[in-house]
Design a protein. Structure first.
Length: 559
């Protein structure tokens, strides 16, 4: 087993390899061959491993000590002008060499979560490729970032160094966000929105067509993502279009089982019509042009705290919601799946509220009850949840806790939104005879991602997104943000990188050397608990009991 913390030093630099090849070629030319007087043949030029030919033209990447890096590759035409609120269009061919640098392409327009300032650029459909110095036919891992479909990008803190050190080719990408990624309107040609999902599938097509040039295997692609990225992976699992084009062969769903009902096209269009009216776009004949001329700032100001795909029964992109497709067994079963959630998902969302509004304990029980009511409001059209009874039930569970209001609300977030849905989805995949592996991430000292623990007044635990650093954070940043024992951190990071890459390589997370704990299939009634000092298999019932999934299988309803 390789240590992901130190693997970056295990491979010679590209410069050294190229120099060695040149020396060998030249020495062969001058070695003499038996006294003939004919001139030595001209040596074949050594290919530049940083220069890659793609379907759009040649690109020139850069190198680090451990890998080749190609940041800011356009995979689609900029979604501006007539292409705003339109299907993704493949990038145009280029004649000139595209010389890349260490800079990422533009992030897509979004509101900065800290400063609340608008940032990004609509010309944002870029992806990044990371590959070992020597690569040929290696597994490919394509990462879809999270951020509630309203913020985030494929660059930033995501560092695939430890994955590449395990002989993976890794791709990260940007996609349209918020209203620019999901606005639906009956006057638009693509009237259900879902532009973000179109972008992601176009990026997968680009990978399928080009990744062999980087040393990747286009027939061994693992699509993985967290939160909105995990939700995206679930959407592509149930997308007939993705299945028909065989865009990926394996899937890792990290905390992505939330909102599986998604929204009907009619609901999305009604919201889009409200946005159009607010923008002054009321004449049906000119609504498309009016929407395309609206300022990015105005569009961002009119979007909610999250985006969500819309279900369009007349389109093969997403004709059924995730939940309906799974219930009807109408999804791509020709996949291997890893799926899981974190022990304390909801603490992040309660912490974000605390940063903006102050501690919930100081605001009082009435505010807690109002937040529970607000939490269930989007679902009431489908299921009439008795939010008042649910608030009472969960507060009773935590009445003796240090911070009962915060912990009760966090638990509702965790269990209703993520944990119990994840359990149902894992069982559904297993019942379809798919290779299915479920995890439960429980390291309560995990590195934080968005909210530093010292700025809030309750424990975050194994919160939403806290598993990402073990696989996709720079080594030092992961260490700096971990609050526990560093040796245990390194041990769990080693195991998780091995599990993720073994799964991408073979469809099973069990490592070839057998050092890490064996990961049983979900069909066995077990899952893998990811915690320090090391992972171990536990009964799935331990997970469902801890997260009170029997309660959510028959919740209080206001009938």
């Amino acid at each position: 087993m390789k240590n992901p913390i130190s693997a970056s030093t295990a491979r010679p630099t590209l410069t050294a390899l190229t120099a060695a090849l040149m020396f060998a070629t030249l020495s062969g030319c001058f070695s003499g061959g038996g006294g003939g007087s004919s001139a030595s043949p001209t040596p074949e030029p050594v290919p530049d491993p940083l220069r890659i030919t793609t379907t759009e033209g040649d690109i020139q990447g850069i190198e680090t000590e451990s890998m080749r890096v190609f940041r800011g590759i356009p995979y689609a035409q900029p979604p501006v002008g007539e292409l705003r609120f339109a299907s993704t269009v493949a990038a145009e061919p280029r004649e000139a060499l595209l010389e890349l640098s260490d800079a990422f392409g533009n992030m897509c327009p979004q509101t900065n979560i800290t400063t609340r300032q608008v940032q990004g650029n609509e010309d944002c459909l870029f992806l990044n490729v990371y590959a070992p110095a020597e690569a040929d036919g290696l597994p490919v891992m394509v990462w879809i970032h999270g951020g509630a479909f309203v913020f985030g990008n494929g660059g930033g803190e995501y560092d695939p160094t430890r994955l590449v050190a395990e002989d993976m080719v890794v791709v990260t990408l940007n996609y349209r966000l918020g209203n620019l990624g999901f606005l639906a309107h009956p006057e638009l040609e693509d009237d259900a929105g879902n532009f973000a999902l179109m972008d992601q599938q176009q990026a997968l097509r680009w990978v399928k067509e080009n990744i062999a040039e980087f040393g990747g295997n286009p027939d061994n692609v693992t699509l993985f993502g967290e939160s909105a990225g995990g939700h995206s992976v679930m959407s592509h699992i149930v997308s007939p279009r993705a299945a028909a084009e065989n865009l990926f062969q394996r899937a890792i769903v990290q905390s992505g089982s939330y909102a599986p009902f998604q929204q009907p096209k009619a609901v999305a269009q009604a919201q889009g019509q409200q946005i159009a009216t607010a923008l002054g776009c009321s004449d049906p004949a000119s609504i498309p042009s009016c929407l395309r001329s609206a300022s990015v700032t105005d569009l961002l100001a009119l979007q909610g705290s999250q985006g969500i795909p819309a279900v369009d029964s007349e389109d093969d992109l997403l004709p059924k919601s995730i939940m309906q497709a799974l219930a009807e067994q109408d999804f791509n079963t020709d996949l291997d799946v890893m799926i899981g959630s974190n022990q304390d998902e909801g603490t992040l969302f309660v912490a974000l509220d605390e940063l903006s509004d102050g501690p919930l304990e100081d605001l009082g029980e009435s505010v807690y009850r109002q937040r529970v009511t607000d939490f269930f409001a989007p679902y009431q059209g489908m299921v009439p949840y008795d939010s008042e009874q649910i608030a009472t039930d969960y507060l009773a569970l935590y009445q003796d806790a240090d911070r009962p209001l915060s912990q009760a609300l966090s638990a509702i977030w965790t269990e209703f939104t993520f944990a119990c849905n994840s359990s149902v989805h894992a069982a559904t995949f297993a019942a379809a005879d798919m290779n299915t592996f479920q995890y439960w991430f429980r390291d309560e000292d995990a590195p934080y991602t968005l909210v530093p623990p010292q700025v809030i007044q309750f424990e975050m635990g194994a919160s939403h997104a806290s598993e990402i650093p073990y696989v996709l954070y720079p080594e030092q940043l992961m260490r700096d943000r971990h609050t526990g024992d560093e040796q245990q951190l390194e041990s769990l990071a080693t195991e998780m990188v091995d599990y993720w890459t073994s799964f991408a390589r073979t469809g099973s997370p069990d490592t070839a050397d057998g050092v890490a704990a064996a990961w049983p299939q979900a069909a066995s009634g077990e899952l893998l608990q990811l915690d320090v000092p090391s992972a171990e298999a536990v009964a799935s019932s331990e997970f469902t009991d801890y997260h009170r999934c029997s309660y959510w299988a028959n919740p209080p309803l206001d009938l």
